[in-house]
Design a protein around this ligand. Structure first.
Ligand SMILES: CC(C)(COP(=O)(O)OP(=O)(O)OC[C@H]1O[C@@H](n2cnc3c(N)ncnc32)[C@H](O)[C@@H]1OP(=O)(O)O)[C@@H](O)C(=O)NCCC(=O)NCCS
Length: 175
């Protein structure tokens, strides 16, 4: 079994999650922190537990119990059967050990189990983010192409690699 599992945030995780959201090392060279106030997070948490039908966030927990990152999902604004996902292994020392790959697999399982109407999980990443692309490929995502100038990072337009996982590819783990 993979060395991680996903779990919803609890109230006590909000401080850590807030710090991660403001920390550039968490996002690496191909993304940037958007930041988020603790007050806003508390409000969001009180409404949805950070897990709504439209968007959500779960912690990545290295067994037995260490929070090492988070995954996010967000429903496509136009296509109701598509969910976008992303994975962040927040602690740099924990990267390169297979946890990102496992987190992508777990995110697939979560999305396809919780949302029966979702047929496709899509992950976009910077074309130069080779670690993320390798983790996606190892998790079974298929590289579908590159969108040119589809992100703007620190003033520069960036090409994005698109990876997809279709529900029909996915096998529910045996009980
Ligand atoms: C991208 C990320 C989620 C991947 O998670 P991870 O735990 O490091 O990934 P894994 O260990 O499962 O797999 C990484 C693979 O990429 C490879 N890799 C790492 N850096 C690489 C590089 N510069 N070039 C090529 N391959 C690279 C690793 O060797 C490994 O492949 P292998 O198992 O065949 O050796 C993690 O590194 C991270 O959170 N980075 C910062 C945030 C980020 O970029 N998130 C993605 C947002 S779209």
């Amino acid at each position: 079994m993979d060395g991680i599992f996903l779990r919803p945030l609890c109230q006590a995780d909000l401080d850590l999650y807030c710090r991660w959201q403001a920390d550039p090392t968490v996002f690496g060279p191909y993304d940037a922190p958007a930041g988020c106030s603790l007050q806003h997070l508390r409000m969001r948490y009180s409404k949805t537990g950070m897990l709504s039908d439209k968007a959500g966030c779960l912690l990545v927990i290295a067994r037995p119990a260490q929070p090492v990152g988070f995954v996010q999902y967000c429903r496509h604004c136009a296509d109701a059967w598509v969910m976008w996902g992303s994975v962040f292994i927040a602690i740099p020392d924990m990267r390169g050990r297979g946890l990102g790959t496992a987190a992508h697999r777990s995110l697939c399982a979560y999305v396809f189990t919780r949302f029966p109407a979702i047929h496709k999980l899509e992950c976009w990443t910077d074309r130069e983010n080779l670690a993320e692309q390798r983790a996606l490929a190892k998790a079974g995502f298929v590289h579908e192409g590159t969108l040119r100038a589809r992100n703007r990072l620190r003033g520069a337009f960036r090409d994005m690699a698109v990876y997809g996982f279709i529900r029909t590819q996915w096998r529910e783990p045996a009980p």
